[in-house]
Design a protein around this ligand. Structure first.
Ligand code: IPD
Length: 276
């Protein structure tokens, strides 16, 4: 069956704006949190409300579309990516930031058809930063075309890093080892507190690379696509092919940069994967 991607894009842009108004209005308020996989992994009622708003809004127009949503999945549902049109949703990435009123949280949504990404949108409504991409049409920041940086030397790179919500010692050890190795190698390390916005900094040309162990398909789907549409590359952190369900990702402005990062970093394999 054919799919009207323009109609999908228009609808989702409208739903994302609506969602953004709610997130922005509540950013400075006090929130009640529920704990998920780890004591520092949170969900708020706003996460759940935004996910529902997006899913209900899309389902009304496209009843046969499928959804992989952060909050749905964390209720124990299995994630299965099929050929069907599938929306992968993180209603609020950087929930910890949102809880603290630190102004870097984002709504992330991507549409995959036949497992190929067609649409990616990331919106930080607090700072009004909107990243958008359609397959083959480039990436945009607040409507302006964006490109990755053209740096090829890792010693002159800014590298995005995230500490993650899993603070068990084996995971923290890998994070710290990588921080320790890379900070002496590159211009600087940066951390926005959310995988999605970190990855988008590579698309914007503000950083050269980002890597992540432990985030999920919903953190990667829209953001890695936006990087590719901005001219960058997505790999597994070992240098192999990216696997969206593996909870492992490396994005870079180009292959030269990616290869230098792959050669440096200590690997971590989170479990379980998103699809098992
Ligand atoms: C989390 C953030 C965090 C990353 C975690 C993610 P959430 O997403 O991106 O920076 O380290 O792995 O799960 O829970 O805020 O949507």
């Amino acid at each position: 069956s054919s799919i009207d991607l323009n109609a999908c894009y228009d609808l989702v842009m409208q739903l994302v704006s609506q969602s953004g108004e709610i997130v922005a209005a509540r950013n400075s308020q006090r929130k009640t949190v529920q704990i998920k996989s780890h004591p520092t992994d949170f969900v708020t009622e706003t996460d759940q409300q935004i996910e529902k708003l997006l899913i209900d809004g899309i389902r009304k127009k496209f009843p046969d579309h499928k959804f992989i949503g952060e909050e749905e999945s964390s209720e124990g549902k299995k994630v299965q990516l099929t050929e069907a049109p599938t929306w992968i949703i993180d209603p609020i990435d950087g929930t910890m930031n949102f809880v603290h009123s630190f102004p870097h949280s984002a709504i992330s949504i991507a549409l995959l058809v036949n497992k190929v990404t067609e649409i990616g949108i990331v919106y930080n409504p607090v700072l009004e930063q909107k990243f958008t991409a359609r397959r083959g049409q480039g990436a945009f920041y607040n409507g302006k075309r964006i490109h990755v940086s053209d740096e090829t030397d890792i010693t002159k790179a800014l590298i995005m890093i995230e500490f993650g919500t899993n603070r068990e010692s084996d995971k923290v050890k890998v994070v710290m080892e990588n921080l320790n190795l890379l900070v002496r190698k590159c211009h600087g390390m940066r951390c926005l507190g959310g995988a999605v916005l970190n990855i988008c900094m590579v698309a914007l040309g503000g950083a050269e690379c980002a890597f992540d162990f432990g985030a999920h398909a919903w953190d990667y789907a829209a953001s890695e696509f936006i990087v590719r549409e901005a001219g960058g590359v997505t790999l597994d952190p070992s240098g192999g092919n990216f696997d969206i369900m593996s909870r492992r990702l490396l994005v870079a402005n180009n292959m030269e940069m990616a290869n230098q990062l792959v050669a440096e970093i200590v690997q971590y394999y989170p479990s379980p994967r998103d699809d098992e």
